[in-house]
Write a protein that binds this ligand. Structure first.
Ligand SMILES: C[S@@+](CC[C@H](N)C(=O)[O-])C[C@H]1O[C@@H](n2cnc3c(N)ncnc32)[C@H](O)[C@@H]1O
Length: 284
């Protein structure tokens, strides 16, 4: 089979599941990964033959996409903050809004122009996205990261190696931890915050394929992680230390109030590029 015949098959098979713009984005990624061609060259050489082995692999990709499996899990990789990351179903696929959180922290550290070593902790690191994004841009920072999932920690370690950065990863359940072992200048977290009642608005690719422990909380106690992280951060941040969190856009006021009740002196809610309340910075 040649490229153009497979492309026709690819678009046809996926047309009932995805809009054309999305199929087109998948096509670009697939062609690059499996044929080693950019989109332009794939278009310039439509008659180029696809080997049997590649053809079989590509048909499996189509079947997985038809099951709404995220393209990033199928390819086993994604880009976060301009850096390559391995991803698999044990880790959340890092999101663009989390890039904005990393950027906020880096901008603040740059503005502070402090020469001392910054000690940073990332709670619920998953693929290591936040910790590694920071480490790649702050060569002198000392960065720790924790997650409850041993499989996620394994992936995060691979990602730190891939990006040639130093992060100290630990497997730990934050909810059953009374005190952190060190004092930090910055603590950051993107914890689980999607209420079970919000599941019905989620797309099948997220709902059926991304890890439940990374995403969901009960409707009864949706700020469980923020309370625990706020209390731990209040104990383990240095004076004037900063806690940054990604938040549920519908719970911004409640989350900010919670940090103020714990004792943090200032709290700032920040919107993402779409104008949604998506992150908070609070200072001890
Ligand atoms: C929303 S994901 C964020 C992943 C990554 N930091 C990112 O931004 O892409 C939340 C992460 O918290 C971890 N997590 C859930 N419960 C936890 C707990 N009790 N203690 C530590 N980590 C936990 C999950 O395994 C998951 O990796």
């Amino acid at each position: 089979m040649n490229i153009i015949s497979f492309k026709t098959y690819f678009y046809k098979e996926l047309s009932e599941v995805y809009p054309e713009t999305e199929i087109s984005a998948f096509w670009t990624l697939i062609v690059e990964k499996y044929l080693g061609l950019d989109r332009l060259n794939a278009a310039l050489y439509p008659e180029k033959e696809i080997t049997n082995t590649v053809h079989i692999a590509l048909k499996k990709v189509v079947a997985r996409l038809q099951q709404n499996e995220p393209i990033q899990y199928i390819l086993g990789e994604t880009i976060f903050f301009g850096l390559p990351f391995y991803v698999n179903p044990t880790v959340l696929i890092p999101r663009p809004e989390t890039e904005e959180l990393v950027n906020w922290i880096l901008t603040d550290i740059e503005l502070a122009k402090e020469r001392k070593t910054t000690h940073i902790l990332d709670i619920g690191t998953g693929s290591g996205a936040i910790a590694i994004g920071l480490a790649a841009n702050l060569p002198s920072a000392l960065i720790d990261a924790i997650d409850i999932s041993a499989a996620a920690i394994q992936t995060a370690i691979k990602n730190a190696n891939l990006n040639k950065v130093q992060v100290s990863f630990m497997e730990q359940d934050i909810l059953s931890c009374d005190k952190l072992t060190k004092q930090y200048d910055v603590i950051v977290s993107n914890p689980p915050y999607v209420r079970n009642s919000e599941k019905k608005q989620m797309q099948a690719n997220v709902l059926n394929h991304e890890p439940q422990t990374a995403l969901y909380v009960t409707d009864k106690n949706p700020l469980l992680f923020y309370k625990k992280i706020g209390e731990l951060a209040y104990k383990n941040l240095l004076d004037n230390g900063l806690l940054y969190v990604e938040i549920n856009e519908f719970l911004a006021t409640e989350t900010a109030e919670l940090f103020e009740e714990i004792g943090f002196k200032t709290t700032e809610v920040k919107k993402d590029i779409f104008g949604r309340n998506r992150m908070i910075k609070t200072q001890k």
